[in-house]
Design a protein around this ligand. Sequence first.
Ligand code: SAH
Length: 273
Amino acid sequence: MSKPTPTKSHGRLSISASLKPRDLMEETPRLKGAWTAKIITLFPEAFPGVLGASLTGKALQEGLWALETIDLRPFGEGKHRNVDDTPAGGGAGMVLRADVVGKALDMAARGTPADRARWPMVYLSPRGKPFTQAKAARWAQADGMTLLCGRFEGVDQRVLDEYEIEEVSLGDFVLTGGEIAAQAMIDATVRLLPEVLGNAASTEEESFSDGLLEHPQYTRPADWKGRKIPDVLMSGHHGEIAKWRKEMSEALTKERRPDLWAAAGKPGEEEKA
Ligand code: SAH
């Protein structure tokens, strides 16, 4: 059968090439304990993409996490493996069929816990709740997750209802497909896995972890095009440095993100300013 291979693993957990496509449909061998992202997509070649670079890529190679793509196309109907159809009620574009997406979701569900806290199931969607650092932290606590990437006008609502899939948005803009959003969310999640970043302290201090934006950063040279690093950072006075960083962090948040400032419970200070 010339049917394309529906799943592909990346990194150290790759499936042996000697396995026949049919075997790949069966439970995929995975290292016990490695956080795994299963991605349902019409474009498996888009993965690992940027996740294969730098820290996330190294961690993928080392088996600290795993990536498995499930190609939606082989689940399509008929000779042409159609995955989409025109929207009920009319209108522009095409909608991914519930029956086709459902089969891919069934396959993704194999060997994964039914408990959504242990294995979140997410549809990347501009209509979803906004993705946040807090969500990344929660997902990093799970065993892994399944991400459904939409294309065209999106997916049939019934499949989202049937599988109790959470819709999550990368932001208030419309992408062509869910793949970039999936990579962004996986990146944010994977770097919170213990051992992946190597330096846990750096994730504790950065933007959003305390509800505020991070202070500006500087490094050598001390003088560049006449622009000097703020004196306080060169003073070696840790107390003063911490105070300066806190002030900058608060000022930036207040100015750029009044929503975060209010959520941090500090709006009263705005009146003083
Ligand atoms: N008609 C839809 C947009 C479809 S865009 C609407 O108006 O809501 C095609 C696909 O891209 C979606 O199915 C989704 O998977 C993905 N996508 C687009 N924008 C996104 C965003 N901001 N966040 C996450 N996924 C997004």
